[in-house]
Design a protein around this ligand. Structure first.
Ligand code: ARG
Length: 582
């Protein structure tokens, strides 16, 4: 089903065309003067210059031609606005179509298209930290929105599982346990299936080794060498690497599950390695790469760049592959296996240049065709209240698990105050904490830095996740009191508050479309904040359950039930859900 704006825009375009003007001028928008009308078209103003005619005359000519079937009123006002109010039948009909459709009447604009979303990006054996939080939260939401609009959507965590951190861990383990058979280069045969260390030990080893490599050049060399040997395939190191992967990935899954973030693919940098030799050979032989100070690089700057874009490094002078090489090989794999129409990458915006280089190199070398969109969504930093990147109280980088536990404690106290039954306290607190965290993040445009202020995020009033959940819980409780409601149709209404609510509910589909088109879940947040406000206003101003006219009451119930579904679906698209009570 077409959303309301698109279907009335279509009528308006037809009218512009029939009156002899460019149909593109017929775009309709939600009214910015709700006291005057519900929708408006400003196309006549834009047309005036082009057609050298007063806008008011153009507007009048256009509405002469307009098919008014969907409108209760069409007014032209100075200097040339076209103000529109929907007819009861049209609005009721649209909402009834939403109500009777399991997917709320959303048009599956992504059907037949495939999108890969590269998000999460955790580094194996290093604890998941706050820097990875935004990638997971924004990526998960964009994934859900794409899927909802019908795209075949593949979320890939793209683990950092092939870098120096592995060499650091292996070198440190070798210092501590030189007797382990993994370190005997002459050994042949199987290695044990069970890892000789736990996640706790692993998490202690990495920061220790990383710090040591900075003050101890000898150790740094050893770690580098271990990385090279691992990458060349030394059996004992490979076996250790597998153990590290096994343990860390299980731990990462647990962390992501707790965030309600779920990947379809658990591929990583290591999976791209086997594709590198052929790819490099081809790029060299086709002349796309040149030698520069012993390194193979792909020039990617073009004459129109304002600032020079440095070449994309394919191989370093020692012959080793780097981050960019791996990303190119990963593109080879993605095109081969999935032939996607779009690939989105979610990382910190400081990686913008890296992706610009990789994208250009991939196009130049024919790895990715022009028809496939490549897009890096570089997000801003999460800052503390002092405006500096978020840190723990002792000044360290906070681990995600610790952050979640703290948020949980904070919310739990509030939940207990609200007298939630004891067995529900934990799950309720978990849901509210997640909503507070995710909405606090997603309500900002992804590229913006924002201040992490959990007091504000967790408030039950205001532009927050808990406020949205609270509204859902409130509607559910009214519906429970009413009884069976699922069969009730949407009805016309004479109540102004109900009319506002109908208009707000009716905008759902166009807001989801806009959130996807702009890769901006914050648009969906802004929409549900407004919708929740309209629901609560209606609730305060109208007797719903005590309405005496049964058919009017049934209409109100059908309407708030639909609003509830819209809110529930929206929070699902943002990546959280509502508790039973709160
Ligand atoms: N592991 C990387 C990091 O922690 C993020 C990976 C992003 N994805 C990619 N294809 N490069 O910064």
């Amino acid at each position: 089903m077409k959303n309301i704006i698109d279907s009335i825009t279509e009528r308006m375009r037809q009218a512009f065309a029939d009156a002899g003007y460019d149909p593109q001028l017929g775009q309709v928008t939600v009214s910015d003067r709700p006291d005057l009308c519900e929708y408006q078209c400003n196309g006549a103003l834009a047309a005036a210059k082009r057609y050298k005619c007063a806008p008011i005359l153009i507007a009048k000519a256009v509405i002469e031609k307009l098919d008014r079937a969907d409108f209760a009123s069409v007014d032209v006002v100075m200097p040339g606005f076209i103000n529109l109010t929907l007819s009861d039948d049209f609005l009721t009909g649209c909402l009834e179509q939403m109500r009777t459709d399991a997917e709320l009447g959303v048009e599956k604009t992504g059907a037949g298209k495939t999108v890969v979303i590269d998000y999460g990006g955790a580094n194996v054996a290093k604890p998941l930290h706050i820097g990875h939080l935004r990638s997971a939260i924004i990526g998960e939401s964009l994934k859900r929105i794409h899927r909802f609009l019908g795209y075949n959507t593949i979320g890939d965590v793209h683990l950092g599982d092939w870098g120096l951190q592995m060499g650091l861990i292996i070198a440190e383990l070798q210092m501590r346990h030189p007797e382990w058979r993994y370190f005997d280069p002459d050994r042949t045969g199987e290695y044990p299936a069970e890892p000789p260390f736990s996640i706790g030990e692993l998490e202690e080893v990495y920061p220790y080794a990383s710090a040591k490599s900075k003050s101890d050049p000898d150790f740094a060399d050893r770690a580098h060498l271990a990385t090279v040997e691992l990458q060349k395939g030394r059996a004992g190191y490979r076996a250790l690497w597998k153990h590290i992967m096994q343990i860390s990935v299980a731990d990462l899954r647990k962390n992501y599950d707790e965030l309600d973030v779920h990947f379809d693919q658990w591929l990583g940098e290591s999976d791209a390695q086997p594709l590198i030799p052929d790819m490099v050979e081809r790029i060299k032989s086709q002349g796309f790469a040149v030698l520069s100070d012993g390194a193979w690089v792909i020039p990617v700057s073009d004459g129109s760049d304002k600032t020079e874009i440095p070449p994309c490094i394919l191989l370093k002078s020692d012959g080793s592959a780097i981050y960019a090489t791996t990303d190119l090989a990963t593109l080879v794999q993605r095109m081969r296996d999935w032939a996607p129409d779009r690939i989105l990458y979610l990382t910190d915006k400081r990686q913008a240049l890296h992706f610009e280089q990789v994208f250009r190199a991939a196009r130049k070398c024919g790895i990715v065709p022009a028809a496939t969109e490549l897009k890096h969504i570089g997000f801003g930093t999460m800052n503390g209240r002092d405006g500096k990147p978020f840190k723990t109280r002792d000044g360290g980088v906070m681990r995600l698990e610790q952050l979640i536990a703290e948020l949980h404690d904070f919310v739990r106290d509030k939940v207990i105050e609200n007298r939630i039954s004891e067995d529900m306290v934990e799950s309720t607190a978990a849901k509210i904490a997640l909503a507070a965290l995710k909405y606090g993040d997603l309500s900002n445009h992804p590229t913006k830095d924002y201040i992490f202020d959990f007091d504000r995020f967790a408030a039950f009033e205001g532009d927050t996740g808990p406020y949205i959940l609270y509204t859902i819980v409130r509607i559910r409780s009214i519906l429970t009191k009413y009884g069976a409601y699922e069969h009730l149709p949407i009805r016309k209404t004479a109540d102004a508050g109900a009319r506002d609510l109908m208009l707000s509910v009716g905008r759902f589909s166009s807001c989801v479309d806009a959130a996807l088109a702009n890769y901006a879940p914050n648009l969906l947040c802004a929409y549900i904040y407004e919708l929740a406000g309209t629901v609560n206003k209606f609730y305060h101003e109208t007797r719903i359950l005590s309405e005496r006219d049964e058919s009017v009451k049934a209409g109100y119930i059908a309407l708030i039930a639909l609003a509830k579904r819209v809110l529930e679906t929206s929070v699902f698209l943002l990546g959280f859900d509502a508790p039973e009570r709160m």
